[in-house]
Design a protein around this ligand. Structure first.
Ligand SMILES: *[C@@H]1O[C@H](CO)[C@@H](O)[C@H](O)[C@H]1NC(C)=O
Ligand SMILES: *[C@@H]1O[C@H](CO)[C@@H](O)[C@H](O)[C@H]1NC(C)=O
Length: 585
């Protein structure tokens, strides 16, 4: 308790000092240091007897990012997007938007569910597996309607995908990553029709599903093949709905204490998935509406771990952009009002927390917010006016913005990056790739595939965005991970070794960071289950010239880091390695 109190008192100070000073949280008792045993003879400890030289600044770059057009067609509109641990991206829209640009394999058409026509066949794919290196696509066959559905990667790497429209509303679908894998569907698994609901992984690797249209409740995704008889009432969702329902796809984040932060419209709560009770309500986030169709963006900011962690591991949420509550109503009449330009940031592990407001360089609605391997946040895609919905927005926001949460001075946190030329409006998506590039796909503001005669045609081109750390001049500072993690499982709270190759000679332990990233399920401007954790580094030893071994401490619990697949990066003064897949259990 003393540690907690001290930590809380110090918070404003810590905030002012920035992340690098968070070692205040560490327990000073050296006997409790779990790293002490790892010191081994024969290797040179690069910290010269433990004296810290002090963290050097990140490498400077004037490179503002770049764009690559990587595919002329994803075949289907990428309304939903997730990266699999086999480095294939799954992209899909819905079953009702008519012919896509990719047929199903011969003889593998789908029978249209509930059709009055006899033998009504649909021979178009509505989902594809996309190879992130070659852009090759493999059509997938989904039967129930995935329109505006949700998803998440289960601990074994299977996509667990829920809800949608009509015959898909109560469905739970499973898709694994293999050469011939295809969807497995259970159309009646859920108790409620989950259209525009949010799926979040829990500390034990199971999922909760929150809300949906006129679903003022939540439920836990049942075991495969089972059905939920009922769900849990959540009046908070009824209270936060308004005339255009600006609380759909609520923002749900798993806090480090195992509780769920849920933001709907402009209110937020902390819910216990153990007792199913609301623990507290946070202050109202001012400025406007944040959820679909107002469609702001939200991330759980990077979690920073230490050798010995405080009882309460700090967790912070960032919410940016969105729209005024009346924006969707006005868009019905072709009046597109400016999107929100502000962000709120709140420490959800602090019972007395308040929102701290910041201003983005430009307004943004329907954008994506992705956490980069460095722990910085990227805002990309979306528009400057209007809301989500068919033809409900204008003025595409072509310029990505970098947000550096660790910078102590607010005005230094935002940076505008290189703009694209392709509007990414409603139903666009993006994903962080192992090489640190960002896959950008989708944009379809039409009811179907519409390529002519509309202001924003259906967009099938796929791009990659290169963040500033991919400056070719920084390549010499890039670590290369040598450890092969295939077939290995990383155990909670245990030390594991990461070996890297790096040409640098004057290396200090404090120049390196080890980060792990959970690949999110992205749709409608929200990346469900996205999480980045800075792991504690005990020690870095040079095993031979240019080869270093990093003794890294795995996260303590499933609440901090739910079990499953993560991309592990070693970041050297702001320059990330290529990420490798690890599995934590
Ligand atoms: C919160 O949102 C509701 C619904 O849009 C709105 O009526 C209310 O005025 C908002 N409150 C504040 C403080 O912005
Ligand atoms: C939209 O236009 C209709 C018809 O002109 C009008 O009745 C309605 O009030 C307008 N809605 C708004 C929100 O301005």
């Amino acid at each position: 308790m003393a540690v907690l109190l001290r930590a809380l008192c110090l918070l404003p100070l810590l905030f002012a000092l920035g992340f690098s000073q968070l070692s205040f949280f560490e327990d000073p008792d050296p006997l409790k240091d779990p790293f002490r045993e790892v010191l081994r003879k024969g290797y040179s400890n690069i910290n010269g007897g433990g004296r810290m030289a002090g963290r050097k600044a990140d490498f400077e770059t004037v490179y503002n990012g770049g764009w690559e057009l990587v595919s002329a067609s994803s075949g289907v509109s990428a309304m939903h997007l997730i990266l699999f641990p086999n480095n294939k991206a799954i992209m899909f829209d819905a079953t009702i938007f008519g012919p896509s640009q990719v047929p199903l394999a011969r003889g593998n058409c789908r029978l249209v569910p509930g059709s009055k026509k006899k033998n009504d066949l649909d021979c178009w794919a509505h989902a594809v597996e996309y190879d992130i290196d070659t852009a090759a696509i493999r059509p997938l066959k989904v039967l129930t309607n995935t329109w505006c559905s949700s998803g998440g990667l289960s601990p074994d790497g299977t996509l667990v995908q829920t809800g949608g429209w009509n015959d898909g509303g109560q469905a739970v679908r499973y898709l694994s990553g293999c050469k011939t894998c295809d969807w497995k569907e259970y159309p009646t698994a859920l108790s409620g029709k989950r259209w525009y609901s949010t799926q979040q992984i829990l500390p034990d690797g199971s999922f909760i599903l929150v809300g949906g249209r006129r679903m003022f409740n939540y439920e836990y995704v049942p075991k495969e093949g089972k059905s939920n008889p009922t769900n849990y009432n959540l009046p908070f969702l009824r209270e936060t709905t308004d005339v255009v329902e600006n609380n759909l796809y609520p923002f749900v984040h798993l806090s480090t204490d195992g509780n769920l932060f849920i933001l709907a419209n402009n209110r937020s709560i902390l819910l216990s998935p153990i007792t199913n009770k609301i623990i507290r309500e946070f202050p109202i986030l001012p400025g406007g509406s944040r959820n679909y169709p107002a469609s702001g963006m939200s991330v759980l900011l990077p979690i920073k771990l230490h050798g010995v962690n405080a009882k309460v591991i700090s967790a912070e949420v960032l919410v940016c952009g969105g729209a005024k509550p009346e924006a969707a109503k006005l868009a019905e009449n072709n009046t597109f009002i400016p999107a929100l330009q502000n962000c709120g940031r709140i420490q959800i592990t602090n019972p007395k927390a308040v929102w701290k407001m910041e201003i983005m360089p430009t307004p943004r609605v329907m954008g994506d917010m992705l956490i980069l391997p460095t722990g910085d946040v990227l805002m990309i895609n979306g528009a400057k006016k209007g809301t989500s919905g068919w033809q409900f927005a204008d003025d595409p926001n072509l310029t990505p913005v970098l947000y550096r949460p660790m910078k102590p001075i607010k005005t230094q946190r935002f940076k505008e990056l290189q703009a694209t030329t392709i509007p990414r409006m409603y139903h666009s998506s993006s994903a962080v790739l192992p090489d640190g590039k960002i896959l950008v796909a989708g944009s379809n503001t039409n009811n179907g595939y519409d390529f002519t005669g509309v202001k924003f045609p259906t967009e099938l081109r796929v791009e990659k965005f290169l963040p500033p750390y991919l400056d070719p001049l920084l390549a010499i500072h890039k670590p290369l991970i040598m450890t092969n993690f295939k077939g290995q499982r990383i155990t909670y709270a245990k030390i594991f070794m990461v070996q890297i190759k790096l040409t640098e000679t004057a290396l200090d332990k404090s120049d390196l960071r080890v980060t792990i990233y959970a690949p999110p399920f992205t749709t409608h401007g929200y990346s469900m289950n996205q999480r980045l954790v800075f792991l504690a580094i005990n020690e870095v030893v040079q095993v031979k010239p240019g080869m270093y071994q990093i003794a890294t401490l795995a996260p303590p619990t499933g609440a901090v880091t739910p079990p499953g697949y993560y991309l592990l990066f070693v970041v050297h003064r702001g320059v990330p390695s290529r990420g490798v897949w690890i599995q934590i259990f």
